[in-house]
Ligand binder design. Structure first.
Ligand SMILES: NC(=O)c1ccc[n+]([C@@H]2O[C@H](COP(=O)([O-])OP(=O)(O)OC[C@H]3O[C@@H](n4cnc5c(N)ncnc54)[C@H](OP(=O)(O)O)[C@@H]3O)[C@@H](O)[C@H]2O)c1
Length: 287
């Protein structure tokens, strides 16, 4: 069984579809903006005109879109309900533990097995040994999808049938990552202030801390060469994640000073017009 469907061809979904194709999978795709499929269709993917048609083409479907609201907009329609029955849905859109719980119930109601996955990697890391995808949900479904996820990431830890687990671990990881981002951007200002190279500093960090470091190495090059356009992780997309950190802190009555600080920093950069640019454009509001 080497057919896989990918719904959503943004920076991350595009990298997923591309990697599966390169590893010999027969990939069917659907994206709201069909033209984003052009380059992978040239390499052999099949583009369908509806999400339902794409889901019918494979036993396993991956969805990776902006947020859960979008995922329901795409999936919560009659022909998709029918197509999902008897198949496995892997949700790789970033979400909260509660959203994962609700979506598992929703998927099961429509006869689909559900795996919640959370990607701890940048799009350029997909398919590589540093990429991790946290997973939870039905064990039987996990056994079916493990080979596919193993193609996308060097580490695919499975946290059991408590479906909220992957999202909780992901939010904890993202909190750590976003702290690293802000520390790195402030470090960039220190280096700039003395005319030193930010990309070389990024390479040094990648040497001492490979996984997070390779993300920061990329951001160092973005800042050094002012390459903020065509991002692999846009500010707007990252802001959705910051919103999830705020939501989770509120739901669990936790201290929210850190996510609030992140939210203020991100707001400032989005208000300055950098929403569609790379997350590193935050540094421009720190100058
Ligand atoms: N990029 C990263 O570094 C990264 C890392 C880890 C996890 N993730 C997660 O991966 C997910 C996708 O991120 P991304 O970077 O690929 O985002 P992106 O580049 O902004 O892509 C968003 C995707 O959602 C689709 N979409 C948005 N609104 C839609 C709507 N109303 N109806 C149908 N489709 C809609 C877009 O379709 P169009 O092409 O038609 O706009 C596109 O396929 C997010 O949950 C993100 O947190 C991303």
């Amino acid at each position: 069984m080497n057919e896989v469907t990918v719904i959503g061809l943004g920076a991350m979904g595009g990298a997923i579809a591309q990697t599966l194709l390169e590893k010999g999978y027969q990939v069917t795709v659907w994206n709201r903006t069909a033209t984003k499929a052009d380059s992978i269709v040239e390499k052999g993917a099949v583009l369908t005109s509806t999400a339902a048609e794409a889901i019918r083409a494979s036993q396993i479907s991956i969805i990776c879109v902006s947020d859960y609201k979008t995922s329901y907009e795409v999936l919560d329609v009659e022909d998709v309900h029918a197509a999902l029955s008897g198949r496995v849905l892997i949700q790789l859109t970033t979400g909260s533990p509660e959203q994962a719980q609700k979506q598992e119930i929703w998927a099961n109601t429509h006869g689909a097995a559900y795996i919640d996955g959370a990607i701890a990697a940048a799009p350029t890391q997909i398919g590589g040994s540093h990429a991790t995808i946290f997973t939870s949900g039905s064990m039987e479904a996990f056994d079916q999808v493990k080979p596919v996820l193993g193609v996308l990431a060097g580490h695919v830890p499975y946290y059991g049938e408590q479906v909220s687990a992957a999202a909780s671990i992901d939010l904890a990881f993202l909190s750590y990552l976003f702290g690293s981002y802000l520390g790195f951007f402030h470090a960039s200002r220190i280096l700039e202030s003395d005319g030193l190279r930010i990309d070389d500093f990024g390479s040094m960090i990648a040497g001492v801390s490979p996984m997070i470091g390779s993300i920061l190495q990329y951001e160092g090059e973005v800042i050094q060469h002012s390459k903020y356009e065509n991002p692999q992780s846009s500010l707007q997309m990252s802001m959705v994640t910051v919103g999830l950190l705020m939501e989770q802190a509120s739901e669990k009555s936790m201290n929210n000073e850190f996510p609030l600080f992140l939210q203020n920093m991100f707001h400032k950069a989005i208000e300055a017009g950098y929403g569609e640019q790379d997350i590193a454009s935050l540094v421009k509001t720190m100058r």
